[in-house]
Write a protein that binds this ligand. Structure first.
Ligand code: AMP
Length: 479
């Protein structure tokens, strides 16, 4: 457990905010310890969550865990922390990234709970629409909550439905919960992966020697030398135990809904999700943007890191040379999440700086993957102008973000989304660019050509896989 002093206070429920996360799990049939591979797997998923990290391990008899606030390397800073977890050959891990309201170690994962059949640990990526409603029902029946996590609602339901077989309990739980969930669950003797019926968040299966691995993104397999086997199917439950691996397919809607924002911004460029290379999708986006925007310029630059690939695509398609317009402090994480606007603005300045030598006197096309509040764009346009850029053309490799996400990407309320309240021309004026062009949604869909799934584009067009209003209070009778 964390050696840091623990000062927590439990926030009122309305303070709970969406969160973004990465999950990993591993089961070694040969009994080899999995802690190190889990650690490096989590490290590879750090971009999915930078606020807290945790690992839970089972040695077949009991579960030990450690979770703390901070980056993976901070949470497990002394090798001793990892060693203290023991030599368990089953394990799961989690990285999390939330907003200020719920940024407390009590909400770090994996969530480890005792229930009638023993102990289970859960790590969850995604957001449920009806978790608060179910939690309310459970609490009115005397169930106690320790955290603000949707994951705790899932754990409560699994425990409640548990007979002898945890898979039956998970299946029943899936009848109650609505929303996005990619889960890794561990008992003392099993590793289980679950992907929600819409397949909203990614979850993949890999293999390393005698071990099976489950992770949010394939880059976690590459980091430890594991082979990617396949993505979990929407609605699939995969169980790994002494008898090997088995798959249970639950009912799914006719169309799946992988979050397209994973390709725009969230996932790592070297991951492949549901048959689509994130790198390729971003390069395609840049190329299509060049075709639709057609701006004259002397250089193309990308906002590091997430827009570099799209900028390279833009440069290849337009023939305008690629150059670095901005330097990034690589020790700064994703600044977007800072709770106060003033801190967000300072965050941009600390993270990015214009490269005067490269941009001076030039007409610069600056590619970014998205505009959410507009803070980043406004600051970097200003920086480039101060550094002597003659023109700054801001080109965005996705459509305007107009609607919030209810499924696990932390977009703010509509009032804070610059795209919800302003026309493209008004946004251009606000960020001070000479040109502002977005990638049309039809083109965004072309970037993921060849995918074996459908896509949620809710943040762009409000077509969500589930109507949040219709399902917010969904809960079949609980006996
Ligand atoms: P903003 O400054 O609010 O307009 O945010 C846009 C910037 O944040 C872009 O540079 C994106 O790369 C990045 N971004 C977009 N969505 C997210 C997100 N959900 N979490 C963190 N950063 C994001």
């Amino acid at each position: 457990m964390s050696t840091r002093p623990c000062f927590e206070w439990i926030k009122p429920r309305h303070d709970r905010m969406p969160e973004e996360c990465g999950v990993v799990g591993m089961y070694d049939a040969g009994g080899a310890p999995v802690s190190e591979a889990l650690y490096y797997g989590l490290y590879a998923l750090q971009h999915r969550g930078q606020e807290s990290a945790g690992i839970a391990l089972s040695d077949g008899r009991g579960i030990r865990y450690h979770k703390a606030m901070g980056l993976v390397t901070e949470c497990f800073s002394e090798g001793a922390t990892l060693k203290n977890l023991g030599n368990g050959s089953i394990g799961i891990g989690h990285v999390r990234y939330s907003t200020a309201g719920s940024s407390q170690v009590v909400n770090a994962q994996p969530l480890v709970v005792r229930y009638k059949n023993g102990t289970m640990a859960l790590a969850h990526n995604g957001n449920l629409i009806n978790a608060q409603h179910i939690r309310g029902i459970l609490e009115r029946r005397g169930v106690i909550s320790q955290t603000a996590l949707d994951t705790e609602v899932i754990a409560n339901l699994i425990a409640r439905f548990s007979g002898d077989d945890i898979v039956g309990a998970i299946r029943r739980t899936m009848e109650y919960i609505r929303g996005a969930y990619s889960l890794v669950i561990m008992t003392e003797t099993q590793l289980i992966g679950v992907r929600d019926p819409g397949g909203v968040r990614p979850l993949a299966l890999g293999r390393l020697g005698d071990a099976y691995m489950i992770a949010s993104e394939s880059c976690a397999f590459d980091a430890v030398g594991a082979d990617f086997i396949r993505d979990l199917r929407p609605g699939e439950i995969v169980v790994v135990d002494r008898s090997g691996l088995r798959s249970i397919q639950t009912e799914t809607p006719p169309q799946s809904h992988l979050c397209i924002f994973e390709f725009v911004y969230f996932a790592r460029t070297d991951s492949v999700i549901d048959g689509v290379s994130v790198y390729q999708a971003r390069e395609n986006a840049g190329r299509l943007l060049a075709r639709s925007a057609g701006v004259e310029a002397d250089m193309v630059s990308g906002v590091p890191d997430s827009a570099i690939t799209a900028a390279i695509g833009y440069s290849k398609e337009s023939g305008i040379p690629y150059g670095e317009g901005l330097a990034k402090n690589r020790y700064v994480g994703r600044t977007f999440i800072q709770p106060q606007q003033s801190r967000r603005e300072t965050g941009v300045r600390i993270k990015l700086n214009a490269l005067r030598k490269n941009v001076q006197g030039k007409r610069v096309v600056l590619v970014d993957d998205s505009i959410v509040r507009g803070t980043t764009s406004r600051k970097i346009v200003e920086m480039l102008r101060c550094a002597g850029a003659r023109e700054v053309h801001m080109l965005i490799s996705s459509p305007p973000v107009v609607y919030p996400c209810f499924f696990g990407i932390d977009t703010p309320d509509r009032e804070q989304l610059i795209g919800a309240r302003n026309s493209v021309e008004q946004i251009r004026a606000k960020i001070g660019a000479d040109t502002l062009c977005y990638l049309p949604i039809e083109d965004l869909l072309k970037t993921v050509d060849g995918a074996v799934c459908g896509f949620c584009q809710g943040c762009f067009n409000s077509e969500y896989p589930l109507d949040p209003d219709a399902f917010r209070e969904f809960c079949p009778p609980l006996e």
